[in-house]
Design a protein around this ligand. Structure first.
Ligand SMILES: C[S@@+](CC[C@H](N)C(=O)[O-])C[C@H]1O[C@@H](n2cnc3c(N)ncnc32)[C@H](O)[C@@H]1O
Length: 266
């Protein structure tokens, strides 16, 4: 805990990103990854396999953009850096361990950006404001040389920071928040599709809680009612064993992966 608190103080991060909890989440993800590395192993390998496959299907290998690069646990960085002339890693936060990893490559760039455009707008909001801000989705780093965009397990996470900031401060209804989250998610999907660039999309869809006997207790839609097309690779990610988030239940995520979103197969 003390080490994590020190890391929180020492890691450079924009003020509005701290306020939305991005840095806190990144440090927590790193800690969970250390604790659960072997349980997460099959999921992490599946993500890397899908990304390698998507990248092999690209006719050219000039620039690849990884959205939600996080702690690079799901990203075959070495493979991408060999395949592509330029690798661009985009996340709200890159921890020092990621900077250290990237330092070994001459062709890997990092961009710290909020791809929903909501952080700045939310922090500027007044309590009396009557509308939630409109997402301004973007793909930082996108250029004529982009041959592949990887949306790396961040679709369901796009709402976490905005909700963390907005819910305790503003008095909107549950329905308004759900609709807003759907807009955030659809905004990201829309910007990927409109880019016309080959996209590898990985996302969790549903979280399933099961008791110690394996009986299903609850199912949570992580995309707030937004739907993805059929034809993805589908696998289960054992996210948290009993004892990690609750002594009563484990959590498993159902993950979808597309090598050429939104088109099926390959
Ligand atoms: C589940 S993690 C992805 C893990 C990552 N793919 C890896 O290999 O470690 C989701 C990531 O999305 C990032 N994220 C969430 N909302 C974001 C936003 N609005 N803009 C940029 N990154 C965001 C988080 O900071 C986090 O690193």
């Amino acid at each position: 805990m003390i080490l994590e608190a020190l890391q929180y103080i020492r890691t450079p991060c924009r003020a509005e990103f701290r306020k939305l909890g991005f840095l806190h989440e990144a440090i927590a993800l790193q800690a969970r990854h250390k604790r659960l590395h072997s349980l997460w192993g099959p999921h992490l390998e599946r993500c890397k396999e899908l990304i390698r496959k998507a990248s092999r299907l690209c006719p050219q290998h000039r620039q690849v953009i990884v959205l939600g690069s996080g702690i690079l646990s799901e990203i075959p960085l070495d493979f991408l850096a060999r395949q592509f002339k330029q690798v661009v890693l985009v996340d709200a936060v890159h921890l020092n361990a990621v900077h250290d990893q990237v330092a070994g490559y001459g062709n890997v760039e990092m961009i710290e950006s909020d791809i929903t455009g909501l952080a700045v707008q939310l922090v500027a909001m007044k309590r009396r404001d009557r509308e939630l801000p409109t997402p301004q989705p973007s793909i930082p780093g996108l250029c004529e040389e982009t041959d592949l965009v990887i949306s790396a397990n961040l679709l369901s996470q796009l709402c976490v920071g905005p909700l963390h900031y907005a819910v305790p401060r503003f008095g909107f209804s549950n329905e308004q928040y759900i609709e807003w989250c759907r807009d955030i998610i659809d905004g990201h999907i829309g910007v990927l599709f409109e880019s016309g660039i080959r996209t590898c999309l990985i996302t969790d869809l549903v979280h399933v809680e099961r008791d110690r006997e394996g009986r299903e207790l609850k199912r949570e839609d992580m995309l707030f009612g937004s739907a993805l097309p059929d034809g993805a690779w589908i696998w289960e990610w054992k996210l948290a064993p009993v004892g990690e988030v609750s002594r009563r239940y484990s959590v498993t995520a159902v993950v979808n992966g597309f090598v050429n979103f939104p088109y099926p197969g390959e």
